[in-house]
Design a protein around this ligand. Structure first.
Ligand SMILES: C[S@@+](CC[C@H](N)C(=O)[O-])C[C@H]1O[C@@H](n2cnc3c(N)ncnc32)[C@H](O)[C@@H]1O
Length: 255
């Protein structure tokens, strides 16, 4: 009773108890195997059926226009970390996932996987301007609901990356809870989902916990005010050294 009252009070004052404690869920994950960085086991745990099976990707032309996917930071970090598992939060049409997949290919890391977390419903800035073909237009609304996911799926098929890339179509907060319950740990995590300060801070908090020791958490758009505020706050609070390359920022976890 008292605890519930305190919780209500904290929420009214703008705090979330969940945020104070880190990722906590009511599921206990009992009986689930701890997946660690095993991408193949992760794929099987998420998808009972292969999401690419029977998908007619030839009907959708390749179009992976996105933002910031050509940065040298991808090659540099993939080469430094040589990850078995990469988690990406915010995939859109798949440009950055494809770039990281190509870097894994270049390094001969044939069994490494990339988990792509996205609702494929767009971020706040994509729903503002109906004349913006790259953002609102690319959502590709059918009866009011985005079809963007199918463009992403087609792009992955056009590049022949179905074995590499695992789609996980959930809000990042829910995906983080699921991954936490299954004991997933990735060596490289890329954040490029919501750019609103509190959302970025929540993603930092949730996905830092999912980062393996010795791993790197990095992200896009440091010049974006919400991103900068959240990244600065998180790195200061946790006494982490913030590093930059062009518009990418990253934080390394102690080994
Ligand atoms: C800037 S785009 C990602 C761009 C992509 N990395 C690229 O290389 O082009 C942001 C993406 O984050 C997704 N997104 C925004 N908020 C999210 C959330 N809370 N959970 C999951 N996905 C989210 C949007 O649907 C959108 O596809």
């Amino acid at each position: 009773m008292l605890q519930e009252l305190l919780k209500q009070l904290a929420y009214r004052c703008g705090f979330s108890l969940r945020r104070m404690r880190g990722v906590k869920t009511h599921g206990d994950g009992a009986g689930s195997a701890r997946l660690g960085n095993d991408g193949e086991a992760l794929r099987q745990a998420i998808h009972a059926l292969d999401p690419y099976a029977g998908f007619a990707h030839e009907a959708i032309a390749f179009d992976a226009r996105g933002w910031g996917s050509q940065s040298p930071a991808f090659g540099k970090l993939v080469e430094r970390i040589r990850p078995r598992l990469i988690i990406e939060v915010g995939t859109w049409k798949g440009a950055s996932a494809i770039e990281m997949a190509e870097q894994l290919e270049r390094l001969g890391l044939t069994s490494s996987k990339i988990l792509c977390i996205d609702t494929w419903l767009g971020a706040l800035e994509m729903w503002g301007d109906h004349t913006d073909r790259d953002r609102y237009g690319s959502l590709d609304l059918k009866h009011g609901y985005p079809q963007l996911y199918y463009q992403f799926l087609a792009n992955i098929c056009h590049k022949g990356l179905q074995q590499r890339v695992i789609p996980f179509p959930l809000p990042s907060v829910t995906a983080a809870q699921w991954l936490s319950l299954r004991g997933v740990r990735a060596e490289l995590i890329y954040l490029d989902g919501s750019h609103e300060e509190e959302d970025v801070y929540a993603d930092l908090t949730d996905f830092w916990d999912l980062l393996a020791a010795g791993g790197v958490l990095f992200g896009d758009d440091y010049a974006w005010t919400g991103v900068k505020m959240a990244v600065d706050r998180f790195s200061t609070q946790h006494r982490l050294q913030l590093q930059h390359l062009e518009d990418k920022w990253w934080l390394a976890k102690a080994a």
